[in-house]
Write a protein that binds this ligand. Sequence first.
Ligand code: ARG
Length: 456
Amino acid sequence: MWGGRFAAGPASIMREINASIPFDKRLWKQDIAGSKAHVAMLAKQGIVDGEDAQAITEGLNRIAAEYEADGVPVNLDLEDIHMVTESRLAQLIGPVAGRLHTARSRNDQVATDFRLWVRDAIDEVEAGLLSLQRALVARAQEHVDAVMPGFTHLQSAQPVTLGHHLMAYYEMVRRDRSRFADARARLNECPLGAAALAGTGFPTDRHATAAALGFAKPTDNSLDSVSDRDFALDYLMAATQASLHLSRLAEEFIIWASQPFGFVKLPDAYSTGSSIMPQKRNPDAAELVRGHAGRIMGCMTALCVTMKGLPLAYSKDMQDDKPPVFEAHDLLALSIAAMTGMVETVTFRTDRMRGLAESGFATATDLADWLVCEGGIPFREAHHITGRAVAAAEAAGVPLDQVPIATLKAIDARIDERIYAVLTVDASVASRTSHGGTAPIQVRARIAQAQEELGS
Ligand code: ARG
């Protein structure tokens, strides 16, 4: 297709290093859609006559049916999906096929195809994240009153509810969705018609092709159009952030499924056994979600490094933009689906969670807060008194709410029987009514709002 000025063909190694068809065949649908929009515009503008345009469109439809049925043929002599399609078109309709490439270049063509592909990928991720949010909200609603230890430094800190804990992930996923939505809005400008780098002298209508492909508008600078890969990086950065959240939830499931914690029983469907230790039940799906986050981040880093030193406009390095995006997308889609399945079907051992919440002196802060409210004691002093009460409980080997009143009064005379009402874990969580706090009344309100946000 470009051999006019060349006496010799490429070395076989050159064919191999040059070819992107082994991976960019994934762009075939977008490539056909872009070509159909382009040729319709060429006809409308009188650049290609109507009959030729119709032959080209019919040829493209036939090629699409062939790809759908048999896949895209890979032959390294035809470098990429654009050339494979154009050469098949020439076989099908003859030299008229050559009119399709008027007023465009593979540089704006690939930029357009790839944007369309990433846009579809975002829509797929968006649907997956929505399902994950629905699963989180449903399980949170089920466990809005279930008390568990809340941790800082992975040390029991204060009691929270499982519903509140799960809703924390709802918030993370909500932000992830908004990052993908931002990326989609920024991506939605059409580079088609920027041609090789400088625009074209043909009387094209870039607004028409942009509209036909569902873009908000054409891009405004031809150099930028063919060299911009921000949209792919935006996708990878949003994917990285989302995968980090999935990885953190996966990590919690892994810890919670361990025998010392015993907070969850992971579903059989997402676990594996050991070939030599029959008692084992390994959280493989969660571990792989955690592992995939590292690979997704690697894909993002790879494309950042590819792009950082490139002068305007197109350079062949940019052909390497696709594999990391494809890889990250496949890993992310799998991770979202696996995590959604786990959230939907995991068994929470709420009795075990409650038992541990009651055993770790997790209501010590409630004692200190009570001394401040009821005794008018400055918080620092209340903290000190409470520390002594915890030491007494620890020495006696009992939870805080089982330390006898005489012992507590000996520590500070301002303590009285009313304190037992605030030392239970239920009283503790019920008291955290600040906006966004763990009190079931607050969490219920947030869940109701979330259901509205999700349209369910
Ligand atoms: N296969 C190329 C890519 O994926 C298409 C663009 C080629 N353009 C060029 N001037 N060689 O980036």
